[in-house]
Design a protein around this ligand. Structure first.
Ligand SMILES: Nc1nc(=O)c2c([nH]1)NC[C@@H]1CN(c3ccc(C(=O)N[C@@H](CCC(=O)O)C(=O)O)cc3)C=[N+]21
Length: 290
């Protein structure tokens, strides 16, 4: 069993970004700048945002955190997004999810300027990505691709089973890995809550790569996978003990894997690294660099 070390991979990608940024700023360009909007006080979001801000510093970016109370009205939030969209000193904008219930997530995502949408959630980017056009790719899915690439895990022509069809992970990763992308050309099965258990087992037991993003601790057990499987665990579940675990029964499943991502230190780190890649791309687009 080999670990797909997201920390190590992310550090290497971020160091590469920092070198590029140093080159740009030495030639007189301004520093890349990302803005994060955080609404309310949600403990996990605090920790994710902290990690994004710290990593953006390591990448050589400036960052701004805009915090709003839980009670902010949707119209006010949309007005703030419009301000950031129109601010030429910000390259990328993240509106941290989840949002309070009274705010329509779709309205918010659609309000972000596609050219600043470093999360890749705007329909314009999602559509372009799906069609194989240049786009900001959804950060978690993109991070998984970069991690597979870093460790030279074969993807082309492999059978990949994705568990969970969320718009932020399952759906985009299944599209990206099946597309004719640099890291792609797999044969992908997308399974979800309505997939009969028997069918799910048929699929996972012959899969070369299993990607699980369901948010249930221990969902993937050793009897569900074949020897030599590559396992990508997207889950982040906080147990009552405070321990963070993924969606995989790691102790038992890891023994059967050729590669497996740890939680923490796996996909979470790569999500943040991919956001940095997207921010650099937004900046390069702004200045017509490459
Ligand atoms: N608009 C938006 N964009 C996002 O990219 C976004 C979001 N909303 N909402 C929530 C998810 C989750 N997410 C993570 C960020 C960092 C870690 C991370 O750094 N994890 C550490 C552990 C730290 C911890 O989990 O507390 C690790 O895996 O080693 C994980 C997950 C970004 N998300």
């Amino acid at each position: 069993m080999n670990l797909l070390d997201g920390k190590k991979c992310a550090e290497s990608l971020v160091a590469e970004i920092a070198r590029k940024v140093a080159g740009y700023t030495e030639s007189g360009l301004r520093t890349p700048h990302m803005t994060i909007i955080l609404v309310g006080e949600h403990a996990p979001s605090e920790s994710y945002v902290k990690s994004k801000i710290a990593t953006s510093g390591l990448a050589g970016f400036e960052s701004t955190l805009l915090r709003f109370p839980e009670t902010i009205r949707e119209s006010e939030l949309l007005a703030k997004i419009k301000e950031v969209n129109e601010d030429p000193t910000t390259d990328g904008l993240i509106v941290q999810l989840p949002l309070p219930k009274h705010i329509n997530q779709q309205h918010v995502i659609n309000a972000i300027a596609p050219e600043k949408d470093i999360d890749g959630f705007h329909p314009a980017n999602f559509g372009r990505m799906t069609l194989g056009q240049k786009a900001f790719r959804p950060a978690t899915a993109y991070g998984i691709c970069k991690l597979l690439q870093f460790y030279e895990v074969p993807v082309k022509a492999k059978h990949c089973v994705v568990i969970g069809r969320s718009n932020i992970v399952g759906k985009p990763i299944s599209i990206m890995l099946s597309n004719d992308f640099d890291i792609g050309n797999a044969t992908v099965t997308l399974t979800h809550i309505e997939t009969p258990r028997e069918l799910l087992l048929d699929e996972t037991r012959r899969a070369d790569i299993v990607i699980v993003a369901v948010g249930i601790p221990g969902f993937v057990t050793a009897d569900m996978v074949k020897d030599g499987v590559v396992l990508i665990d997207v889950g982040i579940n906080r147990l009552e003990s405070g321990k963070i675990v993924g969606d995989v029964d790691f102790e038992n499943v890891a023994q059967k894997c050729s590669w497996i991502t740890p939680v923490p230190g796996g996909v979470g780190r790569m999500t943040v690294a991919a956001l940095m890649i997207n921010t650099l791309m937004a900046y390069q687009n702004n200045f017509n660099l490459a």
